[in-house]
Design a protein around this ligand. Structure first.
Ligand SMILES: [Zn+2]
Length: 127
């Protein structure tokens, strides 16, 4: 289950970001952007995130997963389309296919409670 190592790196990243928000800061919610090619099972990811977050400042945070569709483009005719599984040949002209999106694995945003106000902050970073 590769979700566990992904979850651990996400928690590490959340901890790193929260360091800048003071000692009381904790994560309220974490949004991940995951491309279809990453083959991440959302339920497994949520379970692993919860486990990995135990004892960290991400403990109890809600994990939101944004699925990014796999979009490919034909290098020959320029046609692009969305696929469920990667295709290597253009259905129109049999040209070679390149991947436009679907490889994403990004820590998109973190909702932070700094322990004082209702202040929250969003940040974007590579996971
Ligand atoms: Zn084509």
């Amino acid at each position: 289950m590769h979700e566990m190592s992904l979850a651990m790196s996400v928690v590490d990243e959340v901890e790193r970001v929260l360091t800048g928000f003071g000692p009381q800061a904790r994560a309220v919610s974490v949004t991940l952007q995951v491309g279809g090619l990453r083959a991440v099972v959302p339920e497994a990811m949520e379970f692993c995130f919860e486990a990995a977050a135990q004892g960290t400042r991400a403990q109890g945070a809600r994990l939101d997963i944004e699925q990014v569709p796999i979009v490919v483009r034909c290098g020959h005719c320029g046609h692009d389309w969305t696929v469920e599984v990667i295709e290597f040949m253009c259905p129109a002209c049999e040209g070679p296919v390149q991947v436009l999106s679907g490889k994403e694995l990004l820590l998109r945003s973190i909702e932070v409670d700094d322990g004082h106000d209702d202040y929250s902050s969003r940040t974007e970073d590579d996971a």
